[in-house]
Design a protein around this ligand. Structure first.
Ligand code: WT7
Length: 654
């Protein structure tokens, strides 16, 4: 792990025009942050954000780890993302190129987006929705989805976007936890030529009960499909905005005002509502667009994430608009109408900056092996100047393919390591400065004090793997877990590490020679399947909620395409099934999990046994289950195992 791998120096042509040009510029910023941490962040916040009222205090640590940044400053995020560009003379610049599932595209200028957002915001206000209210957004990828987020920001309502692939039950849990007053959704979504329900799932979620806080369901008409409509509760978006004024004075909020809550999985318990701020969050979303992506006025930027994940917040809804960029918003899937869709879309819209997940790259490598017609070499990708990856480690083979076959060896790749909780990039190469090493996210951004520590919080020497931490608070960090400040402290600032280190939950190692970081994967019971984060406990809870199931344990299994896949070990209340019966029950349980959480949580593999491997004290030996899932021979000592005989039974899938 510590051997020097081939480094790819940044291309001189790129360095020449880069915002951070050369390592000396990177070092200078790091030195500035080290010399005067608060002064550094204050300078950046003054330069990159339009404040209604300037802040006088940069960082407030009085109530650590509940840090406050730019606390007495006032701003509006939507103003910063939209109105600013009207003043700057970019009103007619394209903000969004909407690439629909069927390949049709529409251009929306900053002026038009501003008007859409203002009308939407006025519509929300007309329903009595106000600053501090929580609004759930359950929508597919659309201009309206982005506008819904911006409209909430404009009136100071805190949004919580729920990914359109989550089940009614997951949606209901989030509505209740957030205490939402409204849900914004669409009739249906279009993905890969198929119509998938949204509104009917909202109906189902609300019917599950406990959602009395919801007064309005606002529906964007996407497909015109038949849906149920409840008078007094449901309203069409187009009717709501029809008579609204095209201007809406922004609600000026404190920098710490919660812009959004986004639910994400932890190793235990229900999903956590990660709460983000307005000022600090926006600063980093905007600044990383300039630093990591080197975004320039002429760029056409495309991030393939969904607004249901944090990447779609920071790098679709907020970052690109904050810097006045032109971006593609994509409704579809990478394999429709064929696996050349990404490359075809890049060629048609002359995309210059492309940001996607390693899983997508790996699956498109496979697809072009099967069908050479969809290989990137068949498309004109000459507009590309920068590539990025996010969500999971990228294996060097996939990195090389991306670099050579997609980027034509002329585009830097930024392997951006970050998390829902960090709000924006943390460790990433700078495209005009950092020599790239495939598979390494390289160096922390200036001002991000990343380190690697042992179980007691002691910093480790380079070359020794340990836990990734951040030693100082930074502006875009998580503020708390909604409704659960104690869980926030325990999860991210654990007492065992001294209580003042931010614990990322990932293992990492730093190279002895280059100081480069390589992420080695989660150190907790969190899985990463296709860049989607899931807690093993959530899936286990879903499984044991099925009347057939007595006990379940879920582990991750390495997967060449999706990074990890979900493998579930299940003990049924009835006798352990085999053959056809086992396959039938496995299918039933997979559908059950899809219904409980969402299709992304379906176990790829289910194995049945009379029991789970446990120690004599009754603890499930997960490490052993991971070995079995992988199909490796069990080499470790199983003498502490209560019931070694079941290992054989659990070694084959149903
Ligand atoms: C987890 C966070 C980052 C936004 C999307 C996912 C893994 C993320 C990388 C990377 C290696 C990565 C980590 C992290 N991860 N980016 N470049 N290299 N691992 O956000 O759902 O909060 O997941 O994704 O394990 O902790 P998330």
């Amino acid at each position: 792990m510590t051997e020097q791998r081939t480094a790819f120096p940044p291309l001189p042509s790129f360095v020449d025009q880069a915002t951070i040009s050369g390592m000396a510029a990177y070092d200078a910023l790091c030195a500035e942050a080290a010399r005067d941490y608060e002064g550094y962040w204050a300078r950046l916040a003054r330069e990159h954000i339009a404040w209604k009222q300037p802040f006088s205090r940069t960082l407030d640590e009085d109530d650590a780890p509940f840090y406050k940044w730019f606390g007495d400053g006032r701003l509006n995020v939507s103003y910063n993302c939209l109105d600013r560009h009207l003043i700057d003379g970019n009103a007619d610049k394209t903000a969004i190129i909407f690439e629909a599932d069927d390949g049709m595209s529409t251009h929306v200028s900053y002026r038009e987006l501003h008007e859409k957002v203002c009308k939407f915001a006025n519509g929300l206000k007309s329903r009595g929705i106000k600053k501090g209210d929580r609004v759930i957004i359950y929508m597919s990828m659309s201009v309206e989805g982005v506008a819904a987020m911006q409209a909430c920001a404009r009136i100071g309502a805190t949004h919580s976007v729920v990914f359109g692939g989550f089940s009614a039950k997951s949606l209901q849990e989030r509505i209740i936890d957030a205490g939402a007053v409204a849900v914004i959704t669409a009739d249906e979504q279009l993905r890969g030529g198929k119509r998938l329900p949204l509104k009917s799932i909202v109906d189902e979620a609300l019917a599950l009960g406990g959602c009395d806080s919801v007064k309005d369901v606002i529906v964007y008409r996407r497909t015109g499909g038949t849906i149920g409509f409840e008078a007094g509760r449901d309203l069409w978006l187009h009717e709501l905005v029809a008579s609204q004024p095209a201007k809406c004075e922004p609600e000026w909020v404190d920098a710490e005002h919660p812009l959004f809550i986004l639910y994400t999985s932890g190793s235990t318990g229900t999903p956590k509502g990660v709460q983000h701020s307005s000022g600090g969050y926006l600063l980093w979303a905007a600044l990383t667009m300039k630093w990591s992506f080197d975004i320039k006025p002429g760029d056409v930027y495309w991030c393939t994430a969904d607004i249901g994940w944090v990447t779609g917040h920071s790098y679709i809804a907020y970052g690109p608009t904050a810097v006045g960029a032109t971006q593609v918003v994509f409704e579809g899937i990478p394999t429709f109408p064929n696996a050349g869709r990404f490359w075809d879309t890049i060629a048609r819209h002359k995309v210059s900056t492309f940001y996607t997940a390693p899983t997508a790259i790996r699956s498109l490598i496979k697809a072009s092996d099967v069908d050479p017609k969809v290989h990137p070499k068949n498309y004109d990708l000459s507009s590309l100047r920068l590539l990025g990856t996010v969500g999971e480690p990228i294996n060097p083979e996939a990195w090389m393919w991306y670099y050579t076959q997609v980027g034509g060896e002329k585009c830097p790749i930024v392997d951006t390591f970050w998390q829902t909780e960090t709000g924006g990039h943390m460790i990433t190469p700078l495209p005009g400065a950092t020599p790239m090493v495939p598979g390494s996210c390289t160096l922390p951004l200036p001002g991000i004090m990343a380190a690697i520590v042992d179980e007691a919080g002691n910093e480790l020497a380079d070359g020794q793997g340990g836990m990734l931490v951040v030693k100082r608070p930074w502006p875009s960090m998580i503020r708390t877990i909604w409704n659960n400040p104690e869980r926030f402290k325990a999860s991210y600032f654990p007492a065992e590490l001294g209580g003042n280190l931010y614990l990322a939950g990932d293992g990492a190692i730093r190279d002895e020679h280059s100081g480069y970081f390589t992420i080695t994967g989660r150190i907790d019971d969190v899985l990463n399947v296709s860049g989607h984060r899931m807690g093993t406990m959530e899936i286990e809870s879903a499984l044991v909620a099925n009347p057939l199931v007595a006990e379940a344990a879920v582990v991750g299994k390495p997967d060449a395409t999706t990074g990890e896949s979900i493998c579930a070990f299940v003990v049924l209340k009835q006798a352990t099934p085999s053959g056809e019966e086992a396959r039938k029950i496995a299918l039933e349980l997979r559908d059950w999990v899809a219904k409980e959480i969402g299709p992304i949580a379906k176990p790829k593999e289910i194995r049945f046994g009379d029991n789970l491997p446990k120690t004599r004290s009754g603890k499930i030996m997960r490490r052993l289950l991971r070995v079995l899932a992988k199909g490796d021979p069990v080499t470790q000592d199983v003498s502490t195992l209560e019931n070694p005989a079941i290992l054989d039974q659990l070694s084959t899938p149903a």
